[in-house]
Design a protein around this ligand. Structure first.
Ligand code: F6R
Length: 244
């Protein structure tokens, strides 16, 4: 793992954003794996800036999101569909037909999951995946458990995730279930960038980088991926000893 430590989220956003921008310039039909949440927002802001400065076009780019809540209308203000529009898609020239997010309201969830996996298998895995990490070590919505999930599946969110994410649900309960790419789907990415900031992530970051590879910390699987860059601020890196 290539570990890089910065002072501010904005510096991380620029550094991670440059990896995305360089890829898109060298491969205009790049396949991007995207995430929601606070961690990737500065990266998306850098990319929007590059587009506005005329330095980057998303015309040929395709996007594949990690996850989506179940039982939340697609256009709800807290859906990941809305998040992606507000934080990236509506501000760049990506073709909406090339943006993919699993449908958490599909009538046949199993079929939706298999079709989402098939979509990603057909492209041979995304070229570049951006990830955040949960305080419990989740990536996507792969919560700690007994095994690593191979493909996209429906998960019951853990209490710590509900606690972290319910701040966004001002007028009521947040969903208890989500669809998420499995660990196998995430690991099929050719390159992975993971971002963590703030002291609340320090324990999960330590387990991811210096702990044993175990489904008890889903992000620890990234130790076995050949091309992972970890972007941290000093607080998130605070418990690392550099011993692994
Ligand atoms: C979001 C996702 C989650 C988040 C994680 C960290 O699509 O898959 O794994 O990346 O919960 O969230 P933030 O960045 O809000 O701390």
């Amino acid at each position: 793992m290539d570990i890089r430590i910065y002072d501010t989220p904005a510096e991380i956003g620029e550094a991670a954003g440059k990896i995305f921008a360089d890829l898109i310039r060298s491969k205009p039909d790049a396949k991007l794996g995207l995430a929601t949440g606070a961690s990737p927002v500065p990266t998306y802001q850098y990319l929007i800036g590059e587009y506005e400065r005329g330095n980057l076009s998303f015309r040929g780019v395709s996007a594949y999101n990690l996850d989506e809540y179940c039982d939340l209308p697609k256009n709800d203000r807290n859906s990941y569909y809305t998040f992606m529009r507000e934080n990236l898609f509506d501000h760049v020239d990506i073709d909406p037909a090339n943006t993919h997010i699993p449908d958490g309201n599909a009538a046949d969830i199993e079929k939706e999951c298999r079709e989402y996996d098939r979509l990603i298998e057909e492209i041979g895995g995304v070229d570049l995946q951006i990830l955040g990490i949960g305080t419990d070590g989740h990536i996507g919505f792969n919560e700690p458990g007994d095994s690593f999930a191979p493909g996209t599946f429906k998960i019951k969110l853990h209490d710590s995730t509900i606690e972290s994410n319910s701040i966004y649900f001002k007028n009521g309960d947040m969903p208890r279930y989500a669809l998420t790419m499995g660990i196998g789907t995430i690991m099929s990415a050719k390159k992975i960038v993971i971002i963590a900031t703030g002291a609340s992530k320090a324990e999960a970051v330590k387990a991811m980088i210096e702990g044993e590879v175990s489904p008890a910390c889903p992000a620890s699987i990234l130790q076995t991926h050949p091309d992972v860059t970890v972007f941290l601020d000093r607080a998130a890196a605070g418990l690392l000893t550099g011993e692994k």
